[in-house]
Design a binder for this molecule. Structure first.
Ligand code: MTE
Length: 301
């Protein structure tokens, strides 16, 4: 069954796959930028972004609820029921409740954002997301001024998610952001890729994308968003706090205890692959570095 949000796209909100290059080049030429954002303001981003083909994006995944190998999610996530879908928004909000995804999307301004994704495992891709700002949803829910953090939870459905049988992480998968990170205009909730429904293995029907952080902060298949004052519990930090900090900003100068973060393997770069140097904040420093003024990023990993 097609998910209802698709009908919410206006013609100009979706770029057909074939038109991607053109539009991207036009935007790059006009603004010297490589970031797609049709409905919203154009935000600076790393240049030279060539989106990976869908076959890379949808077949090389991390979604441990469906298994820990890169191809497990594509093989096993097809059975996840993604409609109807409810997102509970609670905690320090004026309008807590169980929000139906179709209601969220009815009022959402869907934009296109071509972002680099840098996994903590030192590989990267470029993904053309469709989504809307997390800030717009938090505003709608009446997030209270002064609240410090936002916590997120992935759906937990053992009958549909075979990986939940294994205690790889403390399920459900949980993540969190500081409020200023959550409200930042680069932070989106994605519902599509290449103008199509987001594949289940990529986090259908709604997942977080925070392009300046390691990919694991981008929690998939979100069913709960809680605004709170305590730093949220996060699954990877719980699994190994030395290796996975709460912030997890992409940082080539701070190595993972078991490997270097100075470079990354570009997925889909051909037979011999290719590596590129990892950029501080994944290339989004101009937009986000000020969020961390005065913080020692070698300690606050
Ligand atoms: N969200 C959930 N619920 N479970 C996961 O295992 N993996 C994370 C993140 N979100 C993960 C998750 C990791 S490690 C990465 S790199 C990205 O999803 C991968 O996103 P992608 O498969 O869409 O490329």
């Amino acid at each position: 069954m097609p998910r209802i949000w698709k009908s919410k796209f206006k013609d100009h909100d979706v770029t057909p796959r074939g038109a991607y290059l053109n539009r991207r080049q036009i935007m790059a030429g006009a603004a010297g930028l490589g970031l797609g954002s049709l409905a919203g303001p154009v935000l600076a981003a790393p240049t030279g972004l060539e989106p990976n083909p869908m076959k890379d994006i949808a077949n090389y995944n991390n979604y441990y609820e469906f298994g820990t190998s890169k191809t497990d999610p594509a093989e096993n996530a097809g059975g996840l029921t993604t409609a109807p879908w409810t997102v509970k928004i609670d905690g320090m909000v004026d309008k807590p409740g169980d929000y139906q995804l179709e209601d969220i999307l009815a009022k959402a301004q869907i934009e296109e954002r071509i972002y680099r994704m840098r996994c903590v495992e030192a590989w990267s891709m470029v993904i053309p997301w469709n989504g809307f700002t997390l800030a717009s949803l938090l505003d709608r829910a009446g997030a209270q001024p002064g609240a410090k953090y936002v916590a997120f939870e992935t759906v937990q459905r053992p009958e549909e998610m075979p990986g939940l049988r294994y205690p790889v992480l403390n399920w459900p998968y949980r993540e969190g952001l500081r409020m200023d990170e959550a409200m930042h205009p680069l932070t989106i909730l994605a519902t599509g890729i290449y103008g199509e429904d987001i594949p289940n293995q990529n986090g259908a029907p709604i997942r977080l994308v925070v392009p300046w952080k390691y990919g694991f902060k981008g929690i998939k298949s979100i069913v709960r968003i809680t605004v709170q004052n305590e730093e949220p519990f996060t699954s990877w930090n719980d699994a190994n706090a030395q290796e996975y900090g709460f912030y997890s900003n992409v940082n080539p100068d701070v190595n993972h205890p078991r490997w270097s973060q100075a470079t990354e393997r570009v997925i889909g770069a051909g037979l011999f692959g290719s590596r590129r140097e990892t950029d501080m904040f994944n290339g989004y420093g101009e937009e986000v570095a000020s969020l961390y003024d005065g913080m020692d990023l070698s300690k606050n990993i």
